[in-house]
Design a protein around this ligand. Structure first.
Ligand SMILES: Nc1ncnc2c1ncn2[C@@H]1O[C@H](COP(=O)(O)OP(=O)(O)O)[C@@H](O)[C@H]1O
Ligand SMILES: [Mg+2]
Length: 251
């Protein structure tokens, strides 16, 4: 296994209360690697620790080590010399509900490119088209790029959010229940997309759907609580009964 993320003795607390304590794990490049566990077990907090998004939240303290393989280099996420903006671009995140900006479809992708990367307009436009093609949204929106992103369906909005993240050229993608707010068909499209993207990006997906995990996960972790994480082998998590019995113990 070629590792892409190494977590060593990670602890995260909010206002002094530990949510994650001394957690260690290693995530392979490619994937998708799935992370499942009951609500409140710390899945979102663990994802946010990988690209230092927890630091944006009040009262949060993090210790331990997170190393990320970005290109051929290992980067210590919490080193004083690490540029946080750059790190967050290379370790992109997609959230449970599509968080489109109150802008046009095209500006949703162009804006971060111009603000974060200072790309000139023509380059930003070219990258936006490329990203929209990558998520198979281009043909659906190419004649309405200046319309508000909010006029898209939920599934289209989620693919737009994915395109916005991809346009920043990340190497690792963190997806926090990306299909939870979508109907079956829209969720299916995201699943198909994840299978396409896994050859180009390392994918770490939090999912509430064990069926989805069985269909597309390459590896799977169960977060029992903030202190205990278990890697299940593929023959266990692809066996419906075995997987459900592990999950039953959680509830
Ligand atoms: N910003 C925050 N401030 C305070 N507590 C938080 C914050 N985010 C998460 N927590 C707490 O951390 C625990 C784990 O939350 P979370 O990581 O969202 O779990 P999950 O994604 O598995 O449902 C919860 O008890 C939650 O209340
Ligand atoms: Mg969560």
């Amino acid at each position: 296994m070629k590792a892409a993320i190494r977590v060593e003795k990670l602890s995260v607390s909010f206002a002094g209360k530990h949510v994650i304590r001394h957690l260690s794990l290693e995530i392979a490049s490619g994937g998708p690697t799935f992370l499942v566990g009951r609500s409140g077990s710390g899945k979102t907090t663990l994802l946010r620790a990988l690209n230092r998004l927890n630091e944006c939240l009040p009262g949060c303290a993090t210790s331990g080590q997170v190393e990320l393989r970005l290109g051929e280099q290992w980067v210590d996420a919490y080193a004083a010399t690490t540029n946080v903006e750059n790190l967050r671009r290379r370790v992109g995140m997609v959230f449970q509900s599509p968080n489109v900006l109150p802008l046009s479809i095209l500006r949703n992708i162009e804006m971060p490119l111009k603000v974060a990367l200072s790309l000139p307009a023509d380059e930003a436009e070219a990258r936006a088209e490329q990203a929209l093609r990558e998520v198979h949204l281009w043909d659906e929106v190419k004649d309405r790029l200046s319309q508000a992103a909010s006029t898209l369906s939920g599934g289209q909005q989620q693919r737009l959010c994915l395109a916005r993240t991809l346009a920043l050229r990340p190497q690792i993608l963190l997806l926090d229940e990306p299909t939870a707010s979508l109907d079956f068909k829209a969720a299916q499209r995201i699943e198909d997309l994840l299978l396409e993207l896994k050859s180009r990006y390392t994918l770490l997906v939090v999912s509430h759907s064990l069926g989805q995990a069985r269909r597309i996960a390459e590896s799977l972790f169960v977060l029992h609580d903030g202190e205990r994480i278990e890697a299940l082998s593929k023959d266990v998590f692809q066996d419906r009964d075995a997987l459900f019995s592990v999950m039953d113990e959680l509830i």
